[in-house]
Design a protein around this ligand. Structure first.
Ligand code: 6LW
Length: 503
């Protein structure tokens, strides 16, 4: 089996997968971004397309004021008795939720809040008599205090009422590494298997497994644990963990999991955040044996172009704590995207920022922007690349001035330059790190903020990409790059991104 890796590039952490007949469905975490929890579909585990989102309307998550790194954590997608289920934590929001749908493309239900099971990374499993098991990681997302971590917990639950049918029971919680999480239960070959992640989602991340004869335990750990980890290795894909098992089309097995592609030296930085990878699994003596995760990018890179020709926005656009439709529209003026600025900037919790996951380590985005004094007086907007409120680089047009801006923690720097009246093409290029002395070559990438003036790209600033990486920013997300407006109404005639893997 030679599958591409990353399997689903860019910010796509905590993958969960289900096979229904010949179809595969995979869901990932989205935290404070909306629409939330994309559902990807494949029939061969090789080509994937996004078919919808679990969270596509107000009220399903409590996103409006969710803190950075709160929101949709670690969905588990399952199919039972004709219905699709997604169990997820709305961290620092509604808590434990179960969504259902007859069609995984949506619409999904409003989300049933589960009482009596506080934690993260909820898994759903059903035994032969229809009992529903909710298995989860006992991390209190309000305190996030590892010392108070409750290990792996389980309750029998009534999905008609959302009530736990018993007090949470402690079950097998790994080999003793920190943050036992991401539990999944599988029935296979006469056993129930409890697979978890442990070691934390950073470089120590790993997957361990136990088995027993009942989904409620007791479970006996695999002497070969952890069955997967990249820690302290030179493998290009690090942080591997948070896996889910699935049967391949040829009857074999595979694990989807999260990993990162850090660049640098012993300190290294992952520009794209946690991505979805896949690796083959075989069974030996009743235990899964997991191959190391091999880097195998799809050849040729990729590109995306949006001419904003349709009323509905492309489903790859995401926004922060608000749905794109609250500030972005192509309907009023077909062929043009109009963003309504409301005074909020990229430092604010709900910017008018419409972004896409950066999917390649070398990627350029560009757009033709009109924030000119004639058609859009008093407006300001442009292109941005963002991790969170405190980590973003942008290039903003307002009238006949373009301003490049870097915000890293509480430090901010700007560079300005005059430009002709709108429209003006703006660009953000992420490049391979430079060579030679200095710190540049130890980073993930460099990011150039540019305006095209008289056909020439003028670089206002070239910045170190490590400050927009998973290791530096506080959020659990990844790089998201796109368009924004801070004031007035800003028009975009087209948006392009082209990317490739580094040489
Ligand atoms: C998720 C936990 C983890 O809930 O990080 O890597 C948390 N694993 O399992 C957020 O993605």
């Amino acid at each position: 089996m030679s599958l591409p890796n990353p399997l689903i590039p860019g910010f796509n952490p905590d993958p969960s997968i289900v096979k229904v007949g010949a179809d595969y469905y995979l869901a990932t975490s989205t935290f404070e971004y909306l629409p939330g929890i994309p559902v990807y579909h494949s029939t061969d585990l090789h080509s994937w397309s996004r078919i919808g989102h679990v969270v596509d309307r107000e009220g399903q998550l409590d996103s409006r004021d969710v803190p950075t790194l709160g929101g949709a954590w670690a969905p588990t997608i399952r199919f039972h008795d004709g219905l699709f289920y997604v169990a997820v934590t709305d961290a620092m929001g509604r808590g434990t939720l179960v969504f259902t749908a007859t069609n995984p493309a949506g619409p999904w239900s409003d989300g049933l809040a589960i009482e009596g099971a506080v934690g993260i990374d909820q898994d759903l499993a059903w035994d032969g008599d229809g009992t529903t098991y909710l298995t989860y990681s006992g991390l209190d997302t309000v305190t996030g205090n590892a010392a108070e971590h409750g290990g792996i917990l389980q309750v029998r639950v009534d999905l008609a009422t959302g009530k736990a049918l018993e007090e949470p029971r402690s079950i097998w919680s790994g080999t003793g590494l920190m943050f036992p999480e991401a539990p999944h239960l599988y029935q296979h070959g006469g056993y129930w298997y409890l697979m978890i992640a442990e070691g934390g989602t950073e470089r120590g991340h790993s997957v361990s497994i136990a088995r027993g004869t009942s989904p409620a335990g007791p479970f006996e750990g695999n002497p070969a644990n952890p069955i997967l980890s990249a820690r302290s290795t030179e493998r290009p894909i690090q942080n591997t963990g948070h896996g889910d098992l699935v049967q391949t089309p040829d009857g074999g097995w595979a694990m989807v999991l999260l990993g990162m592609r850090p660049r640098g030296m012993t300190r290294a930085f992952s520009a794209l955040g946690r991505e979805t990878f896949i690796t083959p699994v075989t069974w030996e003596d009743g235990w899964p044996v997991v191959e190391p995760v091999i880097l195998n990018p799809r050849p040729g890179g990729g590109s995306f172009e949006d001419g904003f020709a349709t009323d509905e926005l492309d489903g790859g656009w995401i926004a922060v704590r608000r749905f794109p439709g609250t500030f972005a529209s192509t309907a009023k003026n077909p062929g043009v995207l109009t963003l309504a600025g409301d005074g909020s900037g990229l430092d604010d919790p709900r910017p008018a920022f419409l972004g896409r996951r950066q999917q390649y380590q070398v990627e350029t985005i560009s757009a033709l922007v009109d924030a000119g004094s004639t058609a859009h007086p008093g407006s300001a907007g442009g292109l941005a690349v963002r991790y969170d409120e405190a980590h973003h680089y942008s290039i903003e047009l307002s009238g006949t001035t373009v301003t490049a801006r870097a915000r890293i923690a509480s430090i901010e720097q700007t560079w300005t330059h005059p430009v002709p009246d709108s429209p003006v093409e703006l660009r953000i290029e992420t490049r391979q790190p430079g060579h030679g002395t200095g710190f540049g070559h130890l980073s993930s990438d460099t990011i150039a903020l540019q305006a095209v003036i008289d056909g020439e790209a003028l670089t206002l600033a070239e910045l170190d990409g490590r400050y927009l990486s998973a290791e530096t920013a506080a959020s659990f997300t990844g790089r998201v790059a796109g368009v924004f407006a801070t004031r007035g109404s800003v028009a975009f005639e087209w948006f392009r991104s082209t990317g490739r893997e580094p040489n």
